[in-house]
Design a protein around this ligand. Structure first.
Ligand code: ATP
Ligand code: MG
Length: 455
């Protein structure tokens, strides 16, 4: 597998090399062409100035004088009459091939006859000598192409050096750039791999103010979330194991006793009923666990409908009345008759049953439990208040956690499983509400549910 930095650097390199090559070639050919055009123009201009002199004095002396002048220059000249017979030549040599050109109308400003600087030995320009509108001769100017070739060679050499240097700088820049860009990606990849391998306590050292920085922060959050989840799962499993152990110990112990031969029927019956009670507790715990798991799933939904609160609470109170009377605890409710609230009756009935069971369970005889409700702004408030043992202030934030009990010893008399309020909280929140608990004076507790009122 090729690394992302390699791919990125390769793609950038090919792209920049392509662009740079086009720019260099364009610039190179435009500079070379300009230089050659300049040379040809200069040659033409020089020919024109000789022509101007010869137009004034077109005699043998002047012609030879012009040729003589040119012997000292880089350029060469041939002066002919109108039939292109040579009148004078600055250097001896075979430069006569251009004398028999085809073109008819040569402008007075002259023209280039040959500009093949890279193949021919000379470049050549011609200027016609005119008198009274008629051509009486020609000035042919020559420049050896070797000087132009040397010039072009030196330009080419510089361009190659520049191109090479640009290439080296580009490679270095691309290397640094791709490392800067891909280093965090590689770190993130390695980190996610170690998360997958079970290492959840990671921190990415990427402090950047861009999308990669945000991605790194999200991955850190994800990792700490996974960490928390794993810890929660472990805690949960050990709590479940712990909760199951007590009833199973009772069941096992009492089954051993009940199986003894010498036992009379009454005693055996008593032990069997304890076993049944513990089995019921176990079944209830498993049901509660199932319910709580279901409530935690995002797919769990409730079926709300408009409920007359007075009628609803009256039914709930009636259901609990016998159990309250058995323990000689008073149970009353004060609900205005005009209150309606949007509820899933079956689910909310579980909320009320749990709260009333707790109120009864944690109260002494000859005390009073009261259910009230009222409307406040856009909320319906329902309270369940008792005069029982109360909940210490420092424990109040924990009692809604699953398995949390204030009385930690799990005797058969006091022993709930600590699931009731966790279920209540989930149910209330599914109704869009909140539940809190407060102490009462001189003793007791008050659970308060706030539900959104009807619009
Ligand atoms: N009305 C109350 N008065 C005093 N303490 C309470 C009251 N309601 C709850 N508690 C405390 O909060 C703890 C958690 O209550 P919760 O209903 O979740 O569990 P539980 O009653 O122990 O068990 P169960 O799952 O059977 O209901 C209880 O163990 C108890 O200590
Ligand atoms: Mg309870």
């Amino acid at each position: 597998m090729k690394s992302i930095s390699f791919k990125l650097a390769g793609a950038f390199f090919i792209f920049t090399l392509f662009i740079e090559s086009i720019l260099f070639v364009t610039l190179y050919s435009s500079i070379v062409n300009t230089r050659i055009n300049d040379e040809i123009h200069a040659l033409q201009k020089r020919g024109n100035s000789h022509r101007d002199v010869l137009e004034k004095h077109f005699d043998q002396r002047t012609v030879e004088h012009v040729a003589l002048m040119e012997t000292e220059a880089e350029t060469n000249v041939i002066i002919t009459d109108k039939n292109r017979h040579i009148l004078a030549q600055s250097v001896p040599g075979d430069m006569t091939e251009h004398l028999h050109f085809e073109e008819k109308n040569i402008p007075r400003s002259g023209t280039a006859l040959s500009s093949h600087w890279n193949t021919a030995k000379y470049i050549c320009a011609i200027s016609p000598i005119m008198k009274d509108g008629k051509t009486i001769g020609y000035v042919f100017m020559y420049l050896e192409t070797s000087s132009i070739q040397a010039l072009v060679q030196s330009i080419t050499k510089r361009f190659i050096i520049c191109f090479g240097l640009t290439g080296i700088f580009t490679v270095i820049a691309i290397f640094l750039f791709s490392r800067f860009l891909t280093r965090p990606i590689i770190m993130i990849k390695e980190t996610t791999e170690s998360i997958m391998n079970g290492q959840h306590d990671i921190s990415l050292d990427i402090k950047r103010n861009d999308e990669l920085g945000e991605l790194a922060a999200s991955i850190e959050n994800l990792s700490s979330g996974l960490n928390r989840l794993q810890k929660e799962r472990n805690d949960f499993l050990s709590s479940v194991a712990h909760e199951l152990r007590t009833p199973i110990t009772y069941i096992k112990g009492y089954t051993d006793i009940a199986m003894r031969d010498k036992l009379d029927d009454a005693a055996r019956h008593q032990y069997l009923s304890i076993i049944k009670e513990e089995t019921d507790n176990l079944a209830r715990l498993v049901d509660d666990l199932f319910l709580l798991t279901k409530l935690k799933q995002p797919s769990f939904t409730i079926q709300k409908k408009r409920v007359h609160l007075h009628t609803f609470i009256q039914k709930e109170v009636q259901k609990s009345q016998i159990a309250f009377s058995e323990k000689q605890i008073g149970l009353s409710f004060y609900i205005p008759k005009n209150l309606y609230v949007s509820l899933d009756e079956k689910r909310f009935s579980q909320v009320m049953t749990n709260l009333l069971n707790n109120a009864r369970h944690y109260s002494d005889p000859d005390t009073e439990v009261t259910v009230t409700a009222w409307k406040s702004k856009d909320e319906i408030i329902i309270t369940v208040a008792d005069e029982g043992c109360g909940i210490p202030e420092e424990e109040r934030s924990y009692i809604f956690e699953r398995f949390y009990r204030i009385e930690k010893s799990r005797s058969r008399q006091t022993g709930g499983t600590g699931m009731g309020l966790a279920i209540v909280k989930e149910m209330v929140e599914h109704h869009g509400g909140l539940i809190t608990v407060n102490g009462r004076y001189p003793k007791g507790s008050e659970f308060m549910i706030r539900l959104p009122a009807e619009k």
